[in-house]
Design a protein around this ligand. Structure first.
Ligand SMILES: [Zn+2]
Length: 324
């Protein structure tokens, strides 16, 4: 089973070594704040640390990766793990403070169901409203025995000082090129391609996921052959249907996520077209298509809906052909 061991977390060597050392000595503090930019792997690290904390047969502070507890953490089904939902940012403010009070504050005094410890994961605490933070303060001031709080944030700065002062801060660096490449290779992208993608993945897992899943085939058709609804539909069908990963920590809406995704795909296509510029056969067409990519990019920046952007992109290709 991959992905639940601290040793497998890529690109965060210093943080991982610190956490392994503390956990192997049973010295992890009850409140940890994982602070790093989006895409640095905060969620991956929080999950691996959760597995290490709950593992039935830990090895040198790390999870074994195959016991029942590790399996349940990997599936997101462990009964002693409580995490803030992906909907946190869009839930109504009053309801969320109430839910946090009930689940994370009152619930902290319940007994573990499987082992001796419970792990509460609270993502994006730097974006918490004051009322949510205040709801949490009481339990963070004096965490009940056997409960570990893992908080994540973009930086430690935006957090209520009273919370920050109680947490041990673990700082995560942005992933470097080698770590990004390794993440892609693990996702099944061939090595040489992974290196190239990593150079254009806007320095994060999220940027990379966008590129790795790009429906470049239909986009290429739209760029070269003009508007056909089946190609537009193929691209639209590949767009995300919910806000994912770190997005919801930053209040991203689905429309924002879709536009950002499409922007990434156009960037990947433009990258291909730039390679064609020097080709005597395809250079001119590539230059035209590149111009249309830039126009599509501007449309996206003006908040035009993905379908309209794609149709405009295909229509412009058609016009260019007719002029030739
Ligand atoms: Zn285990």
């Amino acid at each position: 089973m991959t992905g639940v061991r601290l040793a497998e977390v890529l690109g965060q060597g210093a943080a991982v070594r610190l956490l392994l050392r503390l956990n192997s000595r049973n010295r992890l503090p009850p409140i940890l704040l994982l602070a790093g930019p989006p895409g640095s792997g905060r969620r991956t690290l929080a999950r691996a640390l959760t597995a290490a904390l709950l593992c039935k047969e830990p090895v040198a502070g790390d999870a074994c990766g195959h016991c029942e507890s590790c399996r349940l953490v990997a599936q997101g089904d462990h009964p002693d793990v409580l995490a803030t939902s992906h909907e946190t940012e869009i839930a109504s403010r009053k309801d969320e403070a109430e839910r946090i009070r009930e689940e994370f504050v009152l619930g902290a005094y319940d007994s573990p169901l499987m082992g001796e410890r419970r792990v509460f994961i609270i993502h994006g605490i730097d974006h918490f409203l004051k009322s949510w933070s205040n709801a949490l303060l009481k339990v963070l001031e004096e965490p009940p025995r056997g409960v570990t709080f893992l908080l994540t944030a973009g930086s430690a700065d935006g957090i209520l000082a009273t919370i920050r002062s109680r947490a041990q801060i673990v700082r995560l660096a942005p992933l470097d090129h080698a770590a990004l490449t390794a993440v892609l290779v693990r996702q099944g992208v061939p090595g040489n391609e992974a290196g190239q993608l990593a150079s254009h993945g806007s320095g994060s897992h999220r940027g990379l996921r966008r590129l790795a899943s790009a429906p470049l085939e239909p986009l290429r058709h739209l760029a070269q052959e003009g508007l056909r609804s089946e190609w537009v539909l193929a691209v639209l069908a590949a767009l995300p249907t919910k806000v994912q990963g770190d997005g919801e920590e930053h209040g991203a809406t689905l429309a924002m996520e879709q536009r950002a995704t499409l922007k990434g795909w156009f960037a990947a296509l433009a990258q291909e077209l730039r390679r064609d510029l020097r080709d005597p056969q395809r250079g001119e067409a590539a230059a035209d298509a590149l111009g249309r990519c830039q126009a599509a990019d501007r449309d996206l920046a003006r908040n035009i809906a993905p379908r309209l952007v794609l149709e405009g992109f295909g229509l412009a290709a058609l016009e260019t052909q007719l002029r030739r």
